[in-house]
Design a protein around this ligand. Structure first.
Ligand SMILES: [Cu+2]
Length: 158
């Protein structure tokens, strides 16, 4: 009961302060406008008429933003993990290349992607595939005898 009273008293004090703050700040704004007496009357009636517009624009969009597809490829001598990646068309893809040993590259000519990563220094790119199909990728940094075997494919499905 005592606590309730304190909360009530505190909120009354708060509102009282807010009210007194709003008072002086509102009057200087009103006094310059008072020189042109007809306009304050027009502006006073305008906000209620305009208020339905902001409310309608604040409604949640019926179209949710497309989510991002996160793909991490680990490169090592001499393969990619995974070497087969499936992503959805028209949904952004965040592609990260991680290397476990030496510097490797991940090049996807069909998608215009060219990443290079070394241990502790990953690389990433974001792209949105707009055409379904298979896009071959390969390592484009010479990394040893099995370099040529480092290949894979990104499948873009509709
Ligand atoms: Cu390589």
């Amino acid at each position: 009961m005592k606590l309730l009273f304190l909360v009530l008293a505190a909120s009354l004090l708060l509102f009282g302060c807010l009210g007194s703050q709003a008072g002086p700040s509102a009057s200087p704004a009103a006094s310059p406008a008072a020189t042109t007496s007809p306009s304050p009357v027009v502006s006073a009636t305008a906000p209620p008429a305009a208020s339905p517009t902001p409310y309608s624009t604040m409604l949640p969009s019926p179209f949710p933003e497309p989510s991002i597809q996160y793909v991490t490829v680990t490169a090592r001598q001499f393969d990619f993990e995974p070497s087969e990646i499936t992503v959805k068309k028209n949904v952004p893809v965040r592609l990260t290349l991680v290397s476990e040993d030496v510097e490797h590259g991940l090049s996807v000519p069909g998608l215009g992607i060219d990443l290079k990563a070394s241990p502790g220094n990953e690389a990433e790119t974001t792209f949105t595939p707009d055409t379904a199909g298979d896009y071959a990728f390969h390592c484009n940094v010479y990394c040893g005898s099995g370099h040529g075997e480092m290949t894979g494919v990104i499948r873009v499905v509709g």
